[in-house]
Design a binder for this molecule. Structure first.
Ligand SMILES: Cc1cc2nc3c(=O)[nH]c(=O)nc-3n(C[C@H](O)[C@H](O)[C@H](O)COP(=O)(O)OP(=O)(O)OC[C@H]3O[C@@H](n4cnc5c(N)ncnc54)[C@H](O)[C@@H]3O)c2cc1C
Length: 406
């Protein structure tokens, strides 16, 4: 069997929704149909807002179609760093915001009866040696200072209970369908070429949509606002999907190591075999790294971790990760009193943060206070210590990751 270069989740590229073929007006025009765009459309439609969503390809054809869809509160900034750089109060809120986002996903699935293989399961951070085990103990201590009790497994791994995973495209399609039942209008194959910040008119090549608010949900903001562009960087991450004998890897959980860049995997149990979806080898996208070497490095990583497990590689792909200068996403408007909202920079946590973006933008458009809006606001400037931390992180990622795969 040859190795597919297609993501597991995307089974076809046919559009479900029509192309925008006439002028429209609405309360909120959303550009982009990934987890941010569709979640925002759904939540706004639920409170009676008239929504038009414009997607240049098909729903879920961007990063959301290439994700590993592990839904966790354990974000790409370690707990100890989170507390050190943001303070206990903010770190606690960040942790709580992740929980609220996971609960929101679960609620959407339950209320809309979306069949998307959602399950709650533990997220496990594992150490390779004594030094890393000690670092995990520091993680546990830092978590405790903000009231979060993390437990250890017998082998010294840190266990975070009650996280989740799902099939991202089934979720997105279900949510998009519910949004439409609430009156939202979705158009695929409808690329937005520009919009006017003042008149709030969004243009495709030959049609336009006028709105009261605009949500730019294109992962990297397609209009490239300088203030955001300068505060973020794009990385490439790699995935291989391995078919292994049923139950050859015991605990059904999601996993992450402590390497920088880290490796991550989930195990999906099928009737007669299991799939391990393993990712990592991230690097700044501008660095000319060999994709083949990166996939090979992932395979070697797997064979070292599970030397006795036979496997065959079913698929491999890569995709973009956007990191911000302080490690937290930018959500909301760039300028005060603007009706244009952005959501970008989710690192490897776009399921949680992308959902949170929908929740925050919903409140902002409805004029409701959101407890997390201030933390994630797109206009914030990173502090020198946050920037310094990111530079250190980047250097380590380069020397421990990218350089070996060039
Ligand atoms: C390999 C990989 C593994 C990952 N694993 C995880 C994980 O396990 N857990 C996790 O939480 N996150 C993970 N992430 C991150 C997560 O997938 C992303 O952060 C998230 O999907 C981003 O969602 P989005 O809606 O912002 O962007 P997208 O899903 O990219 O959606 C943006 C949409 O906008 C459309 N668009 C762009 N420009 C225009 C335009 N001009 N007009 C109209 N439409 C436009 C695109 O076609 C696209 O569909 C992973 C990412 C990758 C690549």
């Amino acid at each position: 069997m040859s190795i597919s270069s297609q993501s597991l989740w995307i089974t076809d590229s046919k559009n479900t929704y029509p192309k925008l073929s006439q002028e429209r007006s609405c309360d909120v025009a959303i550009v982009g149909g990934g987890i941010v765009g569709v979640t925002t459309a759904y939540l706004l439609s639920k409170v009676g807002k008239k929504v038009v969503l414009l997607e240049k390809n098909t729903i879920g054809s961007g990063a959301t179609g290439y994700t590993t869809a592990m839904i966790t509160q354990y974000i790409d900034i370690e707990m100890s760093k989170l507390v050190e750089l943001f303070g206990k109060g903010v770190a606690k809120k960040i942790w709580q915001s992740g929980k609220d986002a996971i609960d929101c996903i679960e609620r959407n699935i339950r209320e809309e009866k979306i069949d998307c293989n959602f399950i709650r399961l533990p997220y496990i951070v594992y150490a390779k040696d004594e030094k890393e085990r000690e670092e995990l103990q520091e993680e546990q201590k830092a978590a405790k200072t903000i009231g979060v009790e993390l437990t250890f497994a017998n082998n010294g791994s840190l266990v975070l209970k009650n996280q989740a995973k799902f099939h991202p495209i089934k979720y997105l399609r279900g949510l998009a369908n519910s949004a439409c039942q609430n009156g939202a209008q979705i158009f695929e194959k409808s690329e937005v070429v520009d919009f006017d910040q003042k008149s709030l008119i969004v243009h495709t090549k030959d049609r336009s949509v006028s709105a009261q608010s605009i949500v730019v949900a294109t992962h990297t903001p397609f209009d490239g606002p300088k203030t955001l562009t300068m505060k973020k960087g794009t990385y490439t991450t790699y995935i291989i999907v391995l078919e292994v004998k049923k139950d050859s890897i015991s605990e059904d959980a999601m996993y992450q190591d402590m390497h920088n860049p880290y490796h991550y995997f989930r195990i999906d149990k099928k009737d007669t075999y299991d799939l391990v979806i393993l990712g990592g080898e991230d690097h700044r996208s501008q660095i000319p790294v060999s994709a083949e070497k990166s996939f090979k490095a992932l395979e070697e990583y797997f064979t070292k971790l599970f030397p006795n497990v036979n496997y065959k590689i079913r698929a491999q792909w890569s995709g973009p990760i956007i990191e911000t200068a302080d490690g937290l996403p930018y959500i909301g408007s760039i300028e005060e009193d603007s009706s244009v909202y952005y959501a970008t920079g989710f690192s490897g946590n776009g399921m949680t943060f992308g959902t949170l973006a929908g929740m925050i933008i919903l409140d902002e458009i409805c004029g409701k206070e959101n407890p997390y809006a201030e933390i994630y606001k797109a206009s914030r400037i990173p502090s020198p210590s946050q920037l310094w931390n990111k530079i250190g992180d980047y250097t380590e990622e380069f020397f421990e990751g990218a350089v070996k795969n060039i």
